[in-house]
Every structure is written in C-alpha cells, then in structure tokens.
Design a protein around this ligand. Structure first.
Ligand code: ZN
Ligand code: ZN
Length: 342
C-alpha cells in the first residue's frame, strides 16, 4: 500500500510499504479521508515525540475490506469512523470506567500506525459503522465532534442558558452548533472576522474578536447578567485559557468553565476571581462514551460540517497539507489516500 511514513521531524516519505496484516479481533480499513489536527502537526514538527518510523493520522474514516477471526459486529463493505483511542482495560482507571484517562492508553497514529495510508488495521471496537450514504467529508468530523460532545456534556448545559465558546476553529465551530442543539444561546470568541462570520452562520447569536473588555461586554450583553453561564475553551493556547478564566465578568458567579483544548504552555490566571466567584473549572479529555453519539449527530445532519473542510490533498501532498494546517485561512485540512496524485 501507499503510506506517508514519518521518518523523523518534518520528514515524511510517501512510499509503498507492506500491507498491514489483520489479526484476530481486527479489521482492515481502506482509508477514504484522514483529517489533520494540532496533534498531527506537533508530531510532524517533532514537538510531540513518537517512535519512528510512524504512519501518523488519527482522524479517519473508510471502508472495511477484511476482518480477522472473531469479528462479529462489522463486515467487509461497512463504512466506519475510527475511534482512535482506547484504554488498557486492566488499570484502576479503566476498571473505574475512566478509560479516557488511562495512562496506558493506545492512541492510533501516535503509538501505532494510523490513517495517513491507503490501509489501516484496527481492533473491531475502534470501528463505528456509519450509514453507507454518509459522505466521508462529513464522517471525517466524528472524532473532533466526539471531543466536543464530551466537552459540552461536561459543561452540563440547560436550555435557555448562555454559553461562550473560546476559539473558532474546528472544535469551536462544532461546539457552537452542539450548544445550540442543547438549547443554549451562544457567544463565539475568536480572532478573525471570517471565522466569526462562519460561527454566526452556524448558529452563534453573538460573536466577538479579541480579548479584554470587548469580550466581557459581549458576555454581559448576551447573558443579561454578570457573565455567561458556561464557557467552553477549545483553542488550547495559554492566551485562550487566560481569556476563559481570567476575565472578570466573562463567566457569571457560580458559572462553569470546561477546558478541552490541550494547553501546552503555562497560563497566568488570577485565581482570586475563580475563588471569589466560585467558578467551576472542568477538564475534558478526548471522549469516553461519546463516539457513537458523534456519528449519530452527523448521520442525522444535526451538525453542519460542509464549511469546515477547507483544504483537501492527496496523500502525496502530505507536506503541503501540513503547511495548510497552519494557514490562517484553513479550518480542517484532510488528505484523501484513495485519490489520484500519488
Ligand atoms: Zn486530532
Ligand atoms: Zn487503563
């Protein structure tokens, strides 16, 4: 098969490698589309350490072409979205049902070969069947939507509440829609007017660019009180965390903040106001039981992802795809291993 093999930092080789073998309980997936996110970018640059050589890619969908002995739930011909993380199943955290927090978690495209290839082998439980008619361009968003479904669930939104979403990238634009689905009124906070325009098209009632007083003014205006009921932080930068937690009057006293972007740098937050206002801060790590819900939301067309897929590349252009991920004009970039141009 053809694969994008990472041999070291910024060193992809698109080459022919041996097809992966399917073992008991496993399925072979022909990859139709694989999205790129910040984690893939950090793997590419070498900031995130992995063992080389590695085929990265964890946000992918495709068709089952073969199954190993003992596989009963899926069959060749099924279209699937891949849940690319699973717990060890035996540690205290896994036994307590906290499998997304497992320290011995397996992450596809990080700990083992992933979806930047024509074929990938996965355990049966990682494959979520989807309707045959659902386009891979849409199903591709199952993984980020599962992240968002958990974050929104952690925020415990109630109909009629006001919510703010920090960050207007893929996760933020999905969060805006899911909060709307849950009956919230949503303020989107971002940096560029183009993305905020998209947030409005996708259901945000209000948007604001920047930081500081504009943001708290917008939060007070939308909520009609001293800040919104809940905030979901999706950008994963120190500035975004500082904005989400550090602005007095952004979250109302007694409100909730869910952080789902992974901030790699320390943030400076005045915790005086977190205590004084009893702000409830909740982390949200990938997904636990939300993957099926994400596939269902997409299949039922309750979430719109068309405008979010901005760039498509064949596998041979993986370097260009990585560069496009950093282009401010891009939202979701994906490679299509089955397409021409190898
Ligand atoms: Zn990702
Ligand atoms: Zn475990």
């Amino acid at each position: 098969m053809n694969a994008a093999v990472l041999a070291g930092p910024r060193a992809f080789r698109v080459e022919t490698v041996r097809d992966p073998a399917v073992g008991p309980g496993e399925a072979l997936v022909r990859v139709e589309a694989a999205g790129i996110c910040g984690t893939d970018y950090r793997i590419w640059t070498g900031e995130r350490r992995v063992g080389y050589p590695l085929i990265p890619g964890h946000e992918f969908v495709g068709e089952i072409v073969a199954v190993g002995p003992g596989v009963t739930r899926i069959a060749p011909g099924d279209r699937v979205a891949v849940e690319p993380n699973w717990g060890c199943g035996t540690c205290d955290l896994c036994r307590d049902g906290l499998r997304n927090l497992c320290l011995a978690r397996t992450a596809v495209g990080i700990d083992r070969d992933g979806g930047f290839a024509e074929l990938a082998v996965l355990p049966e439980r990682a494959c979520w069947p989807a309707p045959a008619a659902l386009a891979s361009d849409v199903l591709l968003f199952a993984e980020p939507l599962a992240v968002v479904a958990r974050a929104v669930g952690r925020a415990d939104p109630r109909p009629g509440e006001s919510a703010a979403v920090v960050g207007a990238g893929t996760l933020g634009l999905l969060a805006v829609q899911l909060l709307r689905e849950r009956g919230c009124r949503v303020l989107a906070v971002g940096r560029t007017d183009r993305r905020l325009g998209l947030a409005r098209e996708l259901g945000a009632e209000a948007t604001v660019a920047g930081a500081g007083e504009e943001v708290t003014t917008a939060a007070r205006r939308l909520s009609g009180r001293d800040g919104v009921d809940l905030v979901i932080e999706t950008a994963g930068t120190a500035e975004a965390v500082e904005l989400a937690l550090g602005q007095v009057g952004f979250i109302r006293p007694g409100g909730r903040a869910v952080l789902t972007g992974l901030p790699h740098d320390p943030a400076r937050v005045e915790f005086f106001w977190v205590v004084r206002r009893e702000i409830d801060i909740r982390g949200s790590m990938i997904y636990r039981e939300e993957f099926g819900e994400a596939v269902r939301l997409l299949a039922e067309e309750r979430i719109h992802v068309g405008p979010l897929l901005t760039h498509r590349f064949p596998l041979s252009a993986i370097d260009a795809a990585m560069a496009a991920h950093r282009d401010p004009a891009s939202i979701k970039v994906a490679v299509f291993p089955g397409s021409a141009g190898r």
